[in-house]
Design a protein around this ligand. Structure first.
Ligand code: HSE
Length: 437
């Protein structure tokens, strides 16, 4: 299998996550690309980090210039963050004919025009999926998935730290400062947390979303930016009483007069799905003329979610560039290379394992519940919760149970036995449960 060599700038949270995902998922990535991606060189101020991450074959340097001018590395992955030296290094890498993958929203929002123009002149790709909403592939969704549409507006919870703080204030009545301290301890916050709480980080991301949604230049300075530092606990409570949630929203909208681009605390009706996006999670709602509203939800920060986007961009660059040789190799129709298609079988339903909600009508007399639970026990089915509802008819009781996970075939057998009990009337209602977590 052919090798594609990449150079990493930075082995911090996202750099470390990227190395981990490349190593852990190497086989799956090769099935998708038909290429082996090798981290050939890494720049870090802590050279011991390569050993920690298992990058045993990687040349390591403390001088990032060496990576951007290295002959072997075809793609430079900038994960240093901030404006400088990231801007200079990326421009140098472009000048050296390297393709760029970056997670740096500040860099793209403020110097994107300059970088894109340089890349265009040089004929190299700049990919920046990880710059907005971490693990959510929102750039791809807007730029490719929704490319048939005229996009009307985009509204997003695009700063996890801010959302975490607002959620803690609402759910636990915590103070702003207290919640911020925890977000910092959890590693969500920017190096300068003012970027999170004053809205700069969200404005960087919104600038990028607006540019790709409406086809306008990146213009961070035109984005209205108001943070959440003035949101009081009592406002959160009042909003709640009125049926609203306060969210820190980035809104970009196309109007007859121009483009709105604004980041500020916003009351949203609590019944909207996006109002229920809590904690450090991000979500972006896109209103597109043909597709209608579509909502994208996921982790907006963190090592592995962000690395997921970085690595997807590396794969994208490889596919686009025909580093995968034939047309069929660029983006395989099924998503996997021909020889990467697996013959792993689809499981029959009897083999599927879930937890269950069960409802049954039982004669309201001693020993009935014991019969039911004995059948479940003998079938190896553990009960998580059980309630008995007031009988509609005095001689019968409605029993509702939640079970732990069990194979469908065990549940089928148990239900058959329960339904055969003289004390149970009719069929047992069964609904499979999914935690979706
Ligand atoms: N500080 C950012 C956030 C990290 O909290 O969303 C991801 O960009």
């Amino acid at each position: 299998m052919q090798i594609v060599k990449v150079g990493l700038l930075g082995l911090g949270t996202v750099g470390g996550g990227t190395a981990t995902v490349l190593l852990d998922n190497a086989e799956e990535i090769a099935r998708r690309t038909g290429r082996k991606i090798v981290v050939d060189m890494a720049a870090t101020l802590d050279p011991g980090r390569t050993r920690e991450l298992g990058l045993t074959q990687t040349r390591v340097t403390t001088n990032a210039q060496e990576v951007v001018s290295d002959k072997a590395c075809q793609i430079v992955i900038e994960l240093i963050g901030g404006y400088e030296p990231a801007r200079t290094l990326v421009l140098q890498a472009v000048a050296n004919g390297k393709h760029i993958v970056t997670a740096n929203k500040a860099l793209i929002a403020t110097h994107g025009q300059e970088i894109f123009e340089a890349a265009q002149k040089k004929g190299v790709i700049v990919a920046y999926e990880a710059a907005v909403a971490g693990g959510i592939p929102i750039i791809k969704a807007i730029r490719e998935g929704l490319s048939a549409n005229r996009i009307q507006w985009v509204a997003g919870i695009i700063n996890g730290t801010g959302n975490f703080i607002l959620t803690e204030m609402r759910d636990k009545g915590r103070s702003f400062d207290d919640a911020l301290k925890e977000a910092q301890a959890l590693g969500y916050a920017e190096a300068d947390p003012a970027f999170d709480v004053e809205g700069t980080d969200a404005a960087h991301k919104l600038t990028i979303l607006a540019a790709i949604s409406f086809g306008i230049p990146l213009q961070f300075e035109a984005c209205y930016t108001e943070g959440i530092s003035k949101v009081q606990q009592e406002d959160v409570a009042h909003a709640e009483e009125l049926g609203y949630r306060i969210k820190h929203l980035g809104v970009a909208r196309r109007t007859d007069n121009g483009i709105e681009m604004r980041v500020h605390p916003t009351l949203i009706p609590e019944k909207r799905l996006i109002a229920n996006v809590n904690g450090v999670m991000n979500a972006v709602l896109v209103m597109a003329e043909a597709a209608g509203p579509t909502l994208y939800y996921g982790a907006g920060a963190g090592a592995k979610p962000t690395a997921s986007a970085v690595v997807a961009d590396i794969i994208d660059v490889i596919r686009k560039l025909n580093m995968a040789s034939s047309l069929a190799n660029r983006i395989p129709i099924s998503g996997f290379q021909g020889d990467g298609v697996s013959d792993i079988p689809v499981l029959p339903m009897a083999e599927i394992e879930t937890s269950y909600y069960l409802r049954m009508l039982a004669a309201d007399r001693a020993g009935v519940m014991a019969d039911v639970t004995a059948i479940l026990g003998e079938s190896g089915i553990s009960i998580e919760a059980m309630i008995q509802k007031d009988p509609a008819d005095e001689r019968q009781a409605k029993i509702i149970m939640l079970t732990h996970r069990v194979k469908e075939q065990q549940m089928n057998q148990a239900i058959k036995e329960i339904e055969a009990l003289g004390s149970i009337s009719g069929e047992v209602t069964r609904i499979r449960m999914e935690p979706l977590a």
